[in-house]
Ligand binder design. Structure first.
Ligand SMILES: [Zn+2]
Ligand SMILES: [Zn+2]
Length: 281
C-alpha cells in the first residue's frame, strides 16, 4: 500500500510499504490531518516512520470513524487522577503504521455523524486535546498565545463557555484580538513565549502549557504566585465530547491535498499558508 514514510535522511517520501500487521482492526484511511507535532518529528523520528494521528477511516463494516490516538489503561492511579497521557500504557501505538497511509490497524475509534465531512472529521482528535486542556484553564479573561489551528480551537472552546478570549501570534496575518490589560490565564500553543506569558497573567493566575514553552523563569511563578500546568493529548472521554461538539465549532474548512502532494502540505503548514492541511490517500 502507499504511505508517506520518513526516509534515511528523515525526509518524508511517498513509498510502497507492507500492509500493517499486528493488533487492532484493519480500517481504510479516508483523511488525516497534518499536525504541528507530526512536523516536529520530521528529521527526528527514525527512518521508516509513518506520521499522522488525526485520522478519519472506514471500518470493515462501512462505518465512518475518528480513530483514537493513544489511550491510558483507565484504572491506574495516574489515569484515575486525570493524567491519562502519563499512563504507562499510553505510549503504545493505536494507529499502525500511521495515518498518512492507505490503510492502518486501529486500536479504537468513535463513529462520526453523517453531516461531518471526512476532512472536518480529522478535527476530532485535536479538538479532544483542546477540550482536555481547557478544563485546566480557570474561567475569565484568557490570552491564547499562538493563533494557528490549535489556538483557534482554544478560542472557540473558551468563548463558547463564556470566557473573554484574546489571541496573539508571531504571524501578523493570524493575529487575533490583543489583550487590553492583564489576563486571568494564558494558554501557550506556540513554542517559546513562556516568559511573556508569565508577565501578562494576573498575580495568582494560571499558565497552561500546551506546547514546549522553552525555558521559563521560575522567579515570577514564586513571586506572583502563579499556577503553571501542562496538558498533552486527549482521553477517550474527550474524544467523545469532541465528536458531539464538532458540528458547532465555527472554523474554516481545511485545505485538502492527496498524499502525493505531501511536500506541498508541509510547505503550507510551515509557511502558515493554510490554517490546517488534511491529506487523503
Ligand atoms: Zn495532533
Ligand atoms: Zn493508566
Amino acid at each position: 500500500m502507499r504511505a508517506v514514510v520518513l526516509g534515511a535522511r528523515g525526509e518524508p517520501e511517498l513509498a510502497d510499504i507492507d500492509e500493517p500487521a499486528g493488533g487492532g482492526e484493519p480500517v481504510r484511511v479516508l483523511a488525516c490531518g497534518l499536525c504541528g507535532s507530526d512536523v516536529e518529528k520530521i528529521g527526528v523520528a527514525p527512518a521508516g516512520t509513518v506520521l499522522g494521528h488525526e485520522v478519519v477511516a472506514e471500518t470493515a463494516d462501512g462505518r465512518r470513524v475518528a480513530l483514537v490516538h493513544h489511550s491510558g489503561c483507565g484504572s491506574c492511579p495516574r489515569c484515575r487522577a486525570g493524567h491519562e497521557s502519563t499512563c504507562e500504557r499510553f505510549p503504545e501505538p493505536t494507529i499502525v503504521p500511521g495515518g498518512f497511509a492507505e490503510r492502518v490497524r486501529a486500536g479504537g475509534w468513535l463513529e462520526l455523524p453523517a453531516d461531518v465531512s471526512d476532512a472536518r472529521g480529522t478535527f476530532v482528535e485535536p479538538l479532544a486535546c483542546v477540550l482536555r486542556g481547557a478544563e485546566r484553564v480557570p474561567r475569565g479573561r484568557v490570552l491564547v498565545v499562538g493563533n494557528g489551528f490549535i489556538g483557534r480551537l482554544f478560542g472557540a472552546v473558551l468563548t463558547r463557555r463564556g470566557d473573554e478570549v484574546f489571541a496573539i501570534d508571531r504571524e501578523p496575518a493570524r493575529a487575533g484580538r490583543p489583550p487590553d490589560g492583564p489576563v486571568d490565564a494564558v494558554v501557550l500553543c506556540a513554542a517559546g513565549g513562556g516568559e511573556a506569558a508569565l508577565r501578562t497573567v494576573e498575580p495568582g493566575g494560571t499558565v497552561l502549557l500546551f506546547a514546549d514553552a522553552g525555558v521559563v523563569p521560575v522567579d515570577p511563578i514564586y513571586r506572583r504566585e502563579l499556577t503553571v500546568i501542562g496538558s498533552r493529548s486527549a482521553s477517550p472521554r474527550h474524544m467523545a465530547e469532541a465528536v458531539a461538539l464538532l458540528p458547532e465549532i465555527d472554523l474554516p474548512d481545511p485545505t485538502v491535498l492527496p498524499l502525493e502532494r505531501f511536500d506541498e502540505a508541509l510547505a503550507l503548514h510551515r509557511g502558515a499558508g493554510a490554517l490546517k492541511v488534511v491529506l487523503t490517500p
